[in-house]
Design a protein around this ligand. Structure first.
Ligand SMILES: Nc1ncnc2c1ncn2[C@@H]1O[C@H](COP(=O)(O)OP(=O)(O)OP(=O)(O)O)[C@@H](O)[C@H]1O
Ligand SMILES: [Mg+2]
Length: 257
């Protein structure tokens, strides 16, 4: 079988006395949507931070697309084709939808690198290509009629789609989404699920953290379950989600809140 697109090996991460990740070995294969689930505080976002370079692991390795990436900065990891979204919105609210998209690649991979991708002096061509890519993405995330709308006046669901769109600007091989439907009006969740499925059918790979189990069932072919910083189950979504230990871990923690 081909090497996994993404692999963590025995990743540990502590904050003071708290062990957030306790030896996590995860594999994500190309060609689908992988899920990462677990109760609040189980380490999902911390694992995303470690994979995407926003936090360094204390111990362990991360491999992406055949090379070690642990210890690299987020922009260097983005250049290799791995980009993530954040659980909370970071958009400068006053900028328009289009401006947010056009600014995203500089934030992800750095201005110097973008310029180096094109011939010196060919700034105009670079801008044209970014604009073309932005319109393509706006159609995919169904915000093409809102290009000039200030991001702050979008609905919660549209903001989530815009964050996904920003990440897509650099054509990542793997896109990590941290809770793509959290806080979204239930009527609008279908729209987000539809966009992710359409992107997946065009070959986009995803790793998704999500608490909404209906969404996990609809989107993910495989699921890994974290509990207190350790993987307690991993495999085909249907099989994992009917395991008693998974349900117990999940329900026990959730009911405490
Ligand atoms: N920067 C930090 N400093 C100290 N503790 C942290 C930090 N980041 C995370 N933690 C702790 O690490 C543990 C795992 O947190 P993490 O945010 O990864 O959980 P999560 O699975 O994403 O939870 P949720 O589902 O609520 O988003 C928690 O106990 C959290 O309080
Ligand atoms: Mg989280």
């Amino acid at each position: 079988m081909a090497e996994p697109l993404l692999q963590t090996d025995n990743v540990r991460k502590s904050f003071g006395g708290l062990t957030a990740l306790d030896g996590v070995s995860l594999e994500v294969r190309a060609g689908g949507v992988a899920g990462l689930i677990g109760p609040n505080g189980s380490g999902k976002t911390t694992l995303f931070n470690v994979i995407s370079g926003f936090a360094a692991p204390d111990v362990g390795e991360v491999r992406f697309d055949g090379a070690r990436i642990d210890g690299l900065s987020p922009d260097r990891i983005a250049r290799r084709g791995l980009v993530r979204t954040f659980q909370a919105s970071l958009n400068p609210q006053a900028m328009t939808v289009m401006e947010n998209l056009l600014l995203a690649p500089q934030q992800q991979v750095g201005e110097g690198v973008l310029a180096a991708l094109f011939r010196p002096g060919a700034i105009r061509r670079q801008e044209d290509q970014a604009l073309e890519r932005a319109w393509e993405i706006l159609a995919q995330i169904k915000l093409d009629h809102q290009a000039d709308t200030p991001a702050g006046s979008l609905s919660g669901g549209q903001k989530k789609l815009l964050m996904m769109g920003q990440a897509l600007m650099v054509r990542p091989k793997l896109l990590l989404l941290d809770e793509p439907v959290a806080g979204v009006n239930p009527r609008l969740i279908d729209g987000i699920v539809g966009v992710i499925r359409a992107l997946q059918s065009q070959g986009q790979n995803f790793l998704i953290v999500e608490h909404n189990m209906q969404v996990v069932r609809r989107l993910c072919d495989s699921v890994t379950v974290l509990d207190a910083g350790q993987i307690i189950a991993s495999g085909a979504t249907d099989e994992v989600l009917q395991r008693d230990d998974v349900l117990r871990a999940y329900l026990a923690r959730q009911s405490g809140r």
